[in-house]
Design a protein. Structure first.
Length: 97
């Protein structure tokens, strides 16, 4: 059981370091490149809350105390000129602020 706890702790530390590094790069003014290529890409964002499991890593009350995950899914799409395009990364402007 201790091996699992160590592995989980190492994974969490790695993810936090990656987020801090990624956030630092974005805040320095480096923008994501514009998409290129002949194929359209769609994006769907999902926000899942597992009401059966408590969140043990967030501060008390931060997410209502339940396990929460937000995921982006990119997929091949058919271009639709009549529909607006979505940003590649939702909320990128908010990160810069």
């Amino acid at each position: 059981m201790r091996v699992w706890k160590r592995a989980a702790r190492a994974l969490i530390i790695g993810l936090v370091a990656l987020l801090l590094l990624g956030g630092g790069i974005l805040l320095r003014g480096i923008a994501l490149p514009a998409p290129t290529g002949p194929y359209a890409v769609g994006r769907a964002t999902f926000h899942w809350i597992d009401a059966t499991r408590p969140e043990v890593l967030a501060p008390a009350g931060a997410t209502g105390g339940k396990r929460e995950v937000i995921a982006n899914l990119w997929y091949p799409a058919t271009p639709a000129p009549s529909r607006p395009t979505a940003p590649y990364f939702a909320g990128l402007d908010a990160l810069a602020d």
